[in-house]
Design a protein around this ligand. Sequence first.
Ligand SMILES: NC(=O)c1ccc[n+]([C@@H]2O[C@H](COP(=O)([O-])OP(=O)(O)OC[C@H]3O[C@@H](n4cnc5c(N)ncnc54)[C@H](O)[C@@H]3O)[C@@H](O)[C@H]2O)c1
Length: 358
Amino acid sequence: MKKILLVGGAGYVGTVLAEELLVRGYAVRILDRLYYGRQGLRDIKDRIELVVDDMRTFSPRVLENLDAVINVGGLSNDPTAEYNPTANYEMNTLATQRLAEMCKGQGIRRFIFASTCSIYDRGVSDGDIDIVQDEESEVSPQAAYSSSKYKAERILLDMADDDFCPIILRKGTVFGFSPRMRYDLVVNTFVKYALTEGRLTLHYGGEMWRPLINVRDAARAYITCLQAEETAMRGQIFNISQGNYRISELALRVQAALREVGVEVEIYPDYGYRGVRSYRVSTRKIEHMLGFRPVVTVEESVKELVHKIREYGYTDFDNPRYYNIHWMKLLEEAQVITQVTGSVFEAPSTLAVSEVVK
Ligand SMILES: NC(=O)c1ccc[n+]([C@@H]2O[C@H](COP(=O)([O-])OP(=O)(O)OC[C@H]3O[C@@H](n4cnc5c(N)ncnc54)[C@H](O)[C@@H]3O)[C@@H](O)[C@H]2O)c1
């Protein structure tokens, strides 16, 4: 049985990917700091090995007896990366480099890295907003998040040789249900607003483009890359997306899908806000080289989301746990307070009380 290490395997993509690997007969080890808790692992916890540690400092023993490593860990969006650019660079670039060097040193040949299509962002003020970009397009990402991913990509590609096969997957924005749910991703955000407020607001009139991919399709893409013949895969970059959508079109699709499950929603454009990302990508390369095509549509996914959110009870939409930046800020704030209080509800020990009194 082949054993795969999923770094960040307790996350939104990682938990779904772990399930898909287990179904296909892989053994799965997860290395995760568990920033968002264990909730996402509840259905698979008895079938995985879990190492709770930081991807920047873990022990080399974590890499023992592995066939491949998939890195879906680190800070995973713009707001968290901008909030702490140093931690972002450490996790997304330096930790990826360290992990890859350790893999290479231990003879683990295949290394798949979660990059992002936001590397292609041109913004809405660029006259070439409608250009479709592929893996050969020249890019110069400026944002903390996308540039940290791009730097990691460069490092990995430089390491490719006969003994080491790094593969880069530049994912579009992911949507759909995951046991570790996120409502800070555009389709999921729309469903959340539809269910809570009955209205969707389109920033910048929804004119920006975004490539999108369902989370199960994203997981299938990783597995396709895991299984493909090594020589052809070494040092390859692949865009993965089910399609490019203008956000205004996306809202109409979400509205129509929700109507089918009895949820009515109104759409309001807001032209005030301009700090938006916009990019379109080509997915021809992964289709041609690996025959990979996403199969889950936005509409199907939206309907499933409504059903699964209710089934799993993820209807506490205000819970900051579903929004990476809110959760990270809250954890930081809690850390400052619990440094003084110790445990939240347990009575402090005598020593701790006297320390507080002093
Ligand atoms: N979700 C998307 O739309 C999307 C799009 C493109 C690329 N990506 C990339 O795909 C990957 C997975 O995204 P996601 O949505 O699952 O993100 P996520 O935030 O849900 O999951 C990231 C996981 O990494 C863990 N982690 C973070 N820092 C860590 C550290 N220092 N040590 C150990 N574990 C750590 C977290 O605890 C979490 O479980 C990320 O690399 C992200 O940048 C995501």
